[in-house]
Design a protein around this ligand. Structure first.
Ligand SMILES: [Zn+2]
Length: 291
Protein backbone atom coordinates (compact mmCIF):
# COMPACT_ATOMS: atom_id res chain seq x y z
CA UNK A 1 0.00 0.00 0.00
CA UNK A 2 1.45 3.32 -0.96
CA UNK A 3 1.40 6.43 1.10
CA UNK A 4 -1.38 8.03 -0.85
CA UNK A 5 -3.68 5.12 -0.19
CA UNK A 6 -2.85 5.16 3.45
CA UNK A 7 -3.62 8.82 3.64
CA UNK A 8 -6.97 8.49 1.97
CA UNK A 9 -7.90 5.59 4.17
CA UNK A 10 -7.13 7.55 7.28
CA UNK A 11 -9.17 10.44 5.97
CA UNK A 12 -12.07 8.10 5.48
CA UNK A 13 -11.71 6.82 8.99
CA UNK A 14 -11.54 10.32 10.39
CA UNK A 15 -14.61 11.36 8.46
CA UNK A 16 -16.63 8.51 9.80
CA UNK A 17 -16.03 9.36 13.43
CA UNK A 18 -19.43 10.14 14.77
CA UNK A 19 -20.09 13.30 16.67
CA UNK A 20 -20.27 13.10 20.42
CA UNK A 21 -23.65 12.63 21.89
CA UNK A 22 -24.83 14.56 24.81
CA UNK A 23 -26.66 17.76 25.30
CA UNK A 24 -25.53 20.64 23.31
CA UNK A 25 -23.94 18.31 20.83
CA UNK A 26 -26.73 16.80 18.94
CA UNK A 27 -25.94 13.72 16.98
CA UNK A 28 -28.03 15.17 14.21
CA UNK A 29 -24.87 16.90 13.23
CA UNK A 30 -23.60 13.59 12.00
CA UNK A 31 -26.64 12.84 9.92
CA UNK A 32 -27.00 14.05 6.37
CA UNK A 33 -29.76 16.46 7.22
CA UNK A 34 -29.34 18.06 10.58
CA UNK A 35 -32.76 18.23 12.20
CA UNK A 36 -32.52 21.60 13.82
CA UNK A 37 -34.02 23.35 10.85
CA UNK A 38 -34.80 26.35 12.94
CA UNK A 39 -31.31 27.58 12.61
CA UNK A 40 -32.26 31.14 11.98
CA UNK A 41 -31.50 33.32 14.91
CA UNK A 42 -34.53 35.41 14.23
CA UNK A 43 -36.94 32.52 14.39
CA UNK A 44 -39.78 32.76 16.81
CA UNK A 45 -39.47 30.43 19.75
CA UNK A 46 -42.19 28.12 18.60
CA UNK A 47 -39.77 25.55 17.32
CA UNK A 48 -40.33 22.24 19.01
CA UNK A 49 -36.69 21.61 19.53
CA UNK A 50 -35.95 24.98 20.93
CA UNK A 51 -34.03 25.77 17.84
CA UNK A 52 -31.11 26.46 20.04
CA UNK A 53 -32.20 30.00 20.41
CA UNK A 54 -33.74 31.66 23.37
CA UNK A 55 -33.82 35.18 22.13
CA UNK A 56 -37.33 35.65 23.41
CA UNK A 57 -36.36 34.59 26.86
CA UNK A 58 -36.24 37.41 29.29
CA UNK A 59 -32.67 38.08 30.25
CA UNK A 60 -31.59 35.88 33.03
CA UNK A 61 -30.39 38.64 35.25
CA UNK A 62 -31.93 37.31 38.41
CA UNK A 63 -29.57 34.44 38.40
CA UNK A 64 -27.52 33.24 41.26
CA UNK A 65 -24.58 35.13 40.04
CA UNK A 66 -24.51 37.90 42.55
CA UNK A 67 -20.96 38.86 41.88
CA UNK A 68 -21.45 39.12 38.15
CA UNK A 69 -19.47 42.07 37.04
CA UNK A 70 -21.57 42.47 33.97
CA UNK A 71 -24.84 44.14 34.63
CA UNK A 72 -28.03 42.32 33.87
CA UNK A 73 -29.22 43.10 30.44
CA UNK A 74 -25.79 44.24 29.50
CA UNK A 75 -25.48 45.31 25.94
CA UNK A 76 -23.73 43.00 23.55
CA UNK A 77 -20.70 45.14 24.05
CA UNK A 78 -20.53 43.88 27.60
CA UNK A 79 -18.83 40.89 26.18
CA UNK A 80 -17.19 38.56 28.64
CA UNK A 81 -13.52 39.05 28.81
CA UNK A 82 -12.51 35.57 29.74
CA UNK A 83 -14.10 33.73 26.89
CA UNK A 84 -12.83 34.04 23.39
CA UNK A 85 -15.71 32.72 21.33
CA UNK A 86 -19.02 33.19 23.11
CA UNK A 87 -19.66 36.63 21.81
CA UNK A 88 -23.30 35.72 21.77
CA UNK A 89 -25.71 35.70 18.92
CA UNK A 90 -27.58 38.80 18.03
CA UNK A 91 -29.28 40.21 21.08
CA UNK A 92 -28.00 37.32 23.12
CA UNK A 93 -25.14 38.51 25.22
CA UNK A 94 -23.23 35.85 27.05
CA UNK A 95 -22.11 36.58 30.55
CA UNK A 96 -19.42 34.75 32.40
CA UNK A 97 -20.74 33.40 35.65
CA UNK A 98 -19.11 34.57 38.82
CA UNK A 99 -19.70 31.37 40.75
CA UNK A 100 -18.52 28.56 38.50
CA UNK A 101 -17.75 26.22 41.39
CA UNK A 102 -21.13 26.65 43.06
CA UNK A 103 -23.33 23.59 43.09
CA UNK A 104 -26.19 25.86 42.06
CA UNK A 105 -24.41 27.58 39.19
CA UNK A 106 -26.67 28.48 36.29
CA UNK A 107 -25.04 27.61 33.00
CA UNK A 108 -26.96 28.13 29.80
CA UNK A 109 -26.72 29.92 26.49
CA UNK A 110 -26.48 33.29 28.21
CA UNK A 111 -24.36 32.27 31.16
CA UNK A 112 -21.02 30.67 30.49
CA UNK A 113 -18.35 29.16 32.66
CA UNK A 114 -14.98 30.90 32.48
CA UNK A 115 -12.67 29.25 29.97
CA UNK A 116 -10.21 28.66 32.78
CA UNK A 117 -12.67 26.83 34.98
CA UNK A 118 -11.95 23.25 35.82
CA UNK A 119 -13.60 21.57 38.78
CA UNK A 120 -10.99 20.53 41.31
CA UNK A 121 -12.90 17.64 42.82
CA UNK A 122 -13.68 15.42 39.87
CA UNK A 123 -13.93 11.72 40.64
CA UNK A 124 -15.17 8.57 38.95
CA UNK A 125 -18.60 7.73 40.36
CA UNK A 126 -19.01 4.07 41.11
CA UNK A 127 -21.84 3.44 38.67
CA UNK A 128 -22.01 1.60 35.37
CA UNK A 129 -21.57 3.51 32.16
CA UNK A 130 -22.27 2.48 28.60
CA UNK A 131 -18.51 2.16 28.13
CA UNK A 132 -15.70 0.78 30.24
CA UNK A 133 -12.88 3.26 29.87
CA UNK A 134 -11.90 5.56 32.67
CA UNK A 135 -12.05 8.73 30.66
CA UNK A 136 -13.07 12.31 31.13
CA UNK A 137 -16.75 11.88 30.42
CA UNK A 138 -17.06 9.38 33.21
CA UNK A 139 -16.13 11.94 35.83
CA UNK A 140 -18.31 14.05 38.06
CA UNK A 141 -17.69 16.40 40.93
CA UNK A 142 -17.53 14.61 44.25
CA UNK A 143 -20.89 15.77 45.57
CA UNK A 144 -22.68 14.84 42.35
CA UNK A 145 -20.83 11.53 42.13
CA UNK A 146 -21.99 10.53 45.60
CA UNK A 147 -25.52 11.56 44.74
CA UNK A 148 -25.58 9.69 41.44
CA UNK A 149 -24.41 6.53 43.19
CA UNK A 150 -27.38 6.82 45.52
CA UNK A 151 -29.72 7.55 42.65
CA UNK A 152 -28.59 4.49 40.72
CA UNK A 153 -28.93 2.36 43.84
CA UNK A 154 -32.43 3.71 44.45
CA UNK A 155 -33.37 2.93 40.88
CA UNK A 156 -32.04 -0.61 41.22
CA UNK A 157 -34.33 -1.15 44.18
CA UNK A 158 -37.24 -0.25 41.94
CA UNK A 159 -36.02 -2.63 39.25
CA UNK A 160 -34.68 0.16 37.06
CA UNK A 161 -31.21 -0.43 35.71
CA UNK A 162 -29.45 2.72 34.64
CA UNK A 163 -26.16 3.45 32.94
CA UNK A 164 -24.25 6.66 32.52
CA UNK A 165 -23.67 7.91 29.00
CA UNK A 166 -21.71 11.10 29.44
CA UNK A 167 -20.93 13.28 32.43
CA UNK A 168 -18.09 15.78 32.67
CA UNK A 169 -16.72 17.50 29.63
CA UNK A 170 -13.85 19.94 29.85
CA UNK A 171 -13.86 23.35 28.27
CA UNK A 172 -11.10 22.16 25.97
CA UNK A 173 -13.17 19.20 24.79
CA UNK A 174 -16.24 21.35 24.24
CA UNK A 175 -14.11 23.84 22.36
CA UNK A 176 -12.72 21.27 20.00
CA UNK A 177 -16.15 19.73 19.41
CA UNK A 178 -17.67 23.11 18.72
CA UNK A 179 -14.88 24.19 16.44
CA UNK A 180 -15.23 21.04 14.43
CA UNK A 181 -18.90 21.81 13.87
CA UNK A 182 -18.09 25.39 12.97
CA UNK A 183 -15.67 24.20 10.34
CA UNK A 184 -18.37 21.91 8.95
CA UNK A 185 -21.41 24.17 9.10
CA UNK A 186 -20.29 27.66 9.98
CA UNK A 187 -20.67 29.31 13.33
CA UNK A 188 -24.30 30.42 13.16
CA UNK A 189 -25.51 26.98 12.26
CA UNK A 190 -23.19 25.18 14.64
CA UNK A 191 -24.64 27.21 17.49
CA UNK A 192 -28.07 25.80 16.86
CA UNK A 193 -27.06 22.29 17.80
CA UNK A 194 -23.78 22.52 19.67
CA UNK A 195 -23.04 24.42 22.83
CA UNK A 196 -20.57 27.24 22.61
CA UNK A 197 -17.56 26.42 24.82
CA UNK A 198 -18.33 27.39 28.40
CA UNK A 199 -22.07 27.05 27.98
CA UNK A 200 -22.46 23.29 28.12
CA UNK A 201 -23.71 22.18 31.49
CA UNK A 202 -21.53 19.12 31.21
CA UNK A 203 -18.59 21.42 31.88
CA UNK A 204 -19.79 21.92 35.46
CA UNK A 205 -19.16 18.29 36.38
CA UNK A 206 -22.65 18.31 37.88
CA UNK A 207 -24.60 16.98 34.92
CA UNK A 208 -24.87 13.52 33.49
CA UNK A 209 -26.76 11.90 30.65
CA UNK A 210 -28.20 8.56 31.67
CA UNK A 211 -29.96 5.77 29.90
CA UNK A 212 -31.17 2.25 30.50
CA UNK A 213 -28.51 -0.36 31.09
CA UNK A 214 -29.18 -1.81 27.64
CA UNK A 215 -27.72 1.38 26.24
CA UNK A 216 -30.59 1.84 23.81
CA UNK A 217 -31.67 5.37 23.02
CA UNK A 218 -28.67 6.80 24.80
CA UNK A 219 -29.13 10.56 24.74
CA UNK A 220 -31.76 10.22 22.06
CA UNK A 221 -35.35 11.27 21.86
CA UNK A 222 -36.58 7.69 22.01
CA UNK A 223 -35.42 7.57 25.64
CA UNK A 224 -38.48 9.66 26.49
CA UNK A 225 -41.30 7.53 27.83
CA UNK A 226 -39.12 4.56 28.69
CA UNK A 227 -39.49 3.19 32.18
CA UNK A 228 -36.09 4.59 33.02
CA UNK A 229 -37.12 8.07 31.89
CA UNK A 230 -40.37 7.84 33.81
CA UNK A 231 -38.49 6.79 36.92
CA UNK A 232 -36.10 9.72 36.59
CA UNK A 233 -38.94 12.19 36.15
CA UNK A 234 -40.44 10.94 39.37
CA UNK A 235 -37.44 10.29 41.54
CA UNK A 236 -34.35 12.21 40.40
CA UNK A 237 -35.15 15.09 42.74
CA UNK A 238 -35.01 12.78 45.75
CA UNK A 239 -31.30 12.59 45.11
CA UNK A 240 -30.75 16.27 44.38
CA UNK A 241 -31.04 16.04 40.59
CA UNK A 242 -33.41 17.76 38.22
CA UNK A 243 -34.46 17.03 34.67
CA UNK A 244 -32.70 20.07 33.36
CA UNK A 245 -34.49 20.46 30.03
CA UNK A 246 -38.11 19.53 30.63
CA UNK A 247 -40.80 19.16 28.05
CA UNK A 248 -42.60 22.37 27.20
CA UNK A 249 -39.88 24.60 28.58
CA UNK A 250 -37.79 24.85 25.45
CA UNK A 251 -38.19 28.59 25.12
CA UNK A 252 -36.90 29.06 28.64
CA UNK A 253 -34.02 26.62 28.75
CA UNK A 254 -33.01 26.99 25.13
CA UNK A 255 -32.94 23.23 24.70
CA UNK A 256 -35.41 20.70 23.50
CA UNK A 257 -36.75 18.15 25.94
CA UNK A 258 -33.90 15.99 27.12
CA UNK A 259 -35.26 13.36 29.48
CA UNK A 260 -31.80 11.85 29.83
CA UNK A 261 -29.93 14.92 31.03
CA UNK A 262 -30.00 15.35 34.78
CA UNK A 263 -28.22 18.01 36.77
CA UNK A 264 -27.25 17.99 40.40
CA UNK A 265 -28.42 21.10 42.25
CA UNK A 266 -28.76 19.75 45.80
CA UNK A 267 -31.77 18.35 47.57
CA UNK A 268 -33.54 21.55 48.58
CA UNK A 269 -33.54 23.22 45.20
CA UNK A 270 -34.29 19.98 43.39
CA UNK A 271 -37.32 19.42 45.56
CA UNK A 272 -38.61 22.92 45.02
CA UNK A 273 -38.07 22.75 41.29
CA UNK A 274 -39.91 19.43 41.19
CA UNK A 275 -42.79 20.65 43.31
CA UNK A 276 -43.28 23.87 41.39
CA UNK A 277 -42.60 22.29 38.03
CA UNK A 278 -40.17 24.99 37.02
CA UNK A 279 -36.79 25.15 35.38
CA UNK A 280 -33.54 26.26 36.96
CA UNK A 281 -33.89 29.50 35.02
CA UNK A 282 -37.33 30.15 36.48
CA UNK A 283 -36.18 29.15 39.91
CA UNK A 284 -33.47 31.74 39.98
CA UNK A 285 -35.65 34.44 38.59
CA UNK A 286 -38.17 34.13 41.33
CA UNK A 287 -36.17 33.11 44.32
CA UNK A 288 -33.40 35.27 45.69
CA UNK A 289 -30.55 32.95 46.42
CA UNK A 290 -27.85 33.89 48.82
CA UNK A 291 -25.77 30.75 48.64
ZN1 LIG B 1 -26.48 16.20 28.66
Amino acid sequence: MNTKMKVSISILIAASVVALTGCGDKKEAASPTPTPTTAGTTQPTSSPNGGGQVSATPTSQATNTPAASIKPGASPSGKPAATPTPAGTKGDAVQVVANPASVTVLVNKQNALPSSYEPNDLVYPNVPFTFNEKIEKRKMRQVAATAIEKLFAGAEKDGIHLAGVSAYRSYATQKSVFERYVSMDGEEKAKTYSAVPGTSEHETGLAIDVTGSNGKCAAEDCFGGTKEAVWLEKHAYEYGFIIRYPKGKEAITGYQYEPWHIRYVGNDIAKEIQTKNVTLEEYFRTVPVAK
